[in-house]
Design a protein. Structure first.
Length: 262
């Protein structure tokens, strides 16, 4: 799935939906978000970010072991695997660029077929996965802004689901996973800042959903509903860049207000 590359003009990305001119500069300075990862240079940039030891710690599985980043064979295999991952028709990637047209972060949405969602729940529950930020751009809001844009797209713009009457619908809920390693409380704070609520543990989730023999060690599980996401942004408004649907105008989509979530 891909969409035209569209830039979001500065006067449409102010905090809380206000014009940019009367607000402080955004921290993340994301220029645009493209819903594709097609260039080899993008793949190599993502591998470089993932090979950072702090980043790798939070990914399960990481695209490449940091110890293998200089191994040509391991790097070639990781590049091929990552290219196949982003070419998967069931993966919607979101790649963020700064004002120098340099990629700074990537995140994916898996709309269907996550093996840990029971069959009766697969309809309208995508999974947010593989959020990877350039280590040089950490703590600037890049990851949160990109994740919020991907989430908003799945709740509002994406119409790949249907209701019981066959009408096209967006996501009804979103799941996310994070590893309980290192300073894992930062993962909890990150997802809670977007409105996610935590399930007590993966083991608890596995037990109540019949996955006792198929659990992930040290995994944290999060779930998000549109109203929770909307409330989180209202309480802590961010300068969120919204991917622009090719059939809608930039002005209608660039600033996220309460009316944006259905």
């Amino acid at each position: 799935m891909s969409m035209p590359e569209r830039s979001v003009p500065n006067n449409f990305i102010g905090e809380g939906g206000f014009p940019r001119e009367i607000t402080p500069p955004v921290l993340s300075e994301i220029k645009e978000i493209r819903m594709s990862v097609e260039e080899d240079e993008h793949i190599d940039a993502i591998l470089t970010w993932a090979a950072d030891r702090e980043t790798s710690l939070h990914l399960d599985p990481p695209p490449i072991d940091p110890a293998n980043i200089l191994n040509p064979d391991a790097l070639g295999e990781a590049r091929m695997n990552l290219r196949q991952y982003y070419a998967d028709p069931n993966i919607i990637p979101f790649l963020a660029f700064d004002h120098k047209d340099k990629p700074v972060a990537v995140v994916s949405m898996r709309p269907n077929n996550d093996k840990y969602i029971k069959s009766q729940l697969k309809n309208r529950i995508p999974v947010l996965e593989r959020l990877i930020v350039d280590p040089n751009r950490r703590r600037e809001g890049v990851g949160a802004d990109l994740a919020a844009s991907a989430i908003s797209h799945m709740f509002k713009t994406y119409r790949g689901y249907t209701d019981e009457k066959g009408n096209p619908k967006g996501a009804a809920e979103i799941y996310a996973w994070a590893m309980q390693k290192g300073e894992y409380w930062k993962n909890i704070e990150f997802f809670q800042g977007l409105g996610f609520e935590t399930i007590p543990s993966w083991r608890h989730f596995a037990r109540i959903n019949g996955y006792e023999n198929d659990y992930v060690d040290n995994a944290l599980f999060f779930t998000l509903k549109p109203t929770w996401f909307n409330r989180a942004l209202a309480e802590k408004p961010r300068n969120v860049i919204i991917p622009v649907n090719q059939h809608e105008s930039i002005a209608d989509n660039a600033a996220l207000g309460n009316e944006y979530i259905s």
